[in-house]
Design a protein. Structure first.
Ligand code: NDP
Length: 324
């Protein structure tokens, strides 16, 4: 029998129940995967809490690595015994085993162990699209990246360094700021006590940055816009502190003919081809030693609620895993 974390109502971490579930056999185009490591992502808390509404009851979780146990008709690109991962849904990765559409599976290459994969697929693919597609960095730029010691943040620090980008990263504590610098962030701002707009202006000699990557949301808006140089781009990719409040589009004109985008991974990894190309780039960066998957916290799957409490109370750094 498999087990899964499920919710029957939205709410705090306590709504997550560890339940026995029937898995069944994979149908056409599907695969049965037994999980060995599960990635925890901030979006899981939005699903659990109801910020992103879902039909209930539901499973949770977008990211897991494991081994294929069986495939359905028409699946010829993976086979039982293959090590695979997934990070673009459907929800239900918080489970010991599950059936998924096989076109969402990424084959894990040698040199990428299961725990590293579960720590770096969703967050690494996010960094890939943010800095290579949404606002492609060439090297030589100075950028602002919020929550630089988080899961997405520590990967961004390393990737920016590899590209020759000067990254200004924010974090809530001196310890987190030091961790971001160890991972390649050039300048850090402790935004719980320093005014990050003033510090960015100081670091850039008054010019501002061409792009701000903002996964914090409510608490850093609209100040993030004031860090941009004219025609700069505001990339709002998350809501760790709550969603950005509605604003008048005219604000973008007043603050320097700015661009703003609110991207999500599923609009970049839209099919098997783009998913695999993005994953290959992430895994190649890991295998070249340019970035590493930082598993900094693990919890038993049954204790997923504790993982959410830690993430939402800003206790975590880097990636967090659930172990089935
Ligand atoms: P993190 O590990 O970065 O955790 C969130 C961090 O946000 C915290 O550690 C904390 O860092 C910071 N933060 C600032 N204000 C708050 C607050 N009020 N409550 C809690 N945390 C706060 O999470 P992830 O790496 O999983 O995700 C980072 C962001 O990226 C999230 O917003 C997530 O939704 C988004 N995301 C978006 C994707 C997309 O495609 N759009 C895909 C993947 C992630 P500190 O203590 O230093 O302030």
């Amino acid at each position: 029998m498999a087990h899964a974390i499920r919710i029957h109502a939205t709410g705090g971490p306590e709504v997550m129940a560890f339940e026995e579930v029937a898995v069944g056999e994979p149908g056409p185009g599907q695969a049965l995967v037994r999980h060995t490591a599960i990635g925890v992502n901030y979006i899981d808390t939005y699903h659990r809490g109801g910020m992103y509404p879902l039909p209930l009851p539901t499973g949770l979780g977008n990211e897991a690595a494991g081994v294929v146990e069986a495939v359905g008709d028409g699946v010829d690109w993976i086979k039982p015994g293959d090590r695979v991962g997934s990070c673009t849904g459907p929800l239900g990765a918080y489970s010991t085993a599950r059936i998924v559409p096989a076109d969402r599976l990424i084959k894990l290459p040698d040199g990428i162990d299961d725990r590293s994969a579960a720590a770096i697929m969703l967050k690494g693919l996010t960094v890939q699209y943010l800095i290579r597609q949404t606002y492609p960095l060439q090297g030589g730029e100075t950028i602002l990246f919020h929550a630089a010691a988080g899961g997405v943040g520590l990967i961004a620090c390393q990737w920016a360094r590899a590209l020759g980008v000067t990254m200004i990263g924010t974090a809530s504590t001196d310890e987190k700021a030091a961790l971001a610098r160890e991972h390649g962030c050039t300048h850090t701002i402790v935004y719980t006590r320093e005014n990050f707009v003033e510090r960015v202006k100081e670091i850039t000699g008054g010019k501002g940055v061409p792009v701000v990557y903002d996964g914090v949301g409510k608490d850093t808006f609209p100040a993030s816009l004031d860090c941009l140089s004219p025609r700069g781009m505001f990339v709002s990719f998350g809501n760790a502190s709550g969603p950005v409040a509605a604003f008048n589009l005219g604000m973008l004109a007043q603050k320097g003919s700015l661009y703003a985008t609110r991207p999500t991974l599923v609009n970049y990894a839209t099919d098997r081809t783009s998913l695999n190309a993005m994953a290959k780039e992430v895994f190649d960066m890991v295998r070249a030693g340019k970035i590493k998957a930082d598993v900094r916290q693990t919890f038993p799957l049954a204790a997923a609620a504790d993982a959410h409490r830690a993430l939402q109370s800003r206790q975590t750094t880097g990636s967090t895993l659930l172990l089935p």
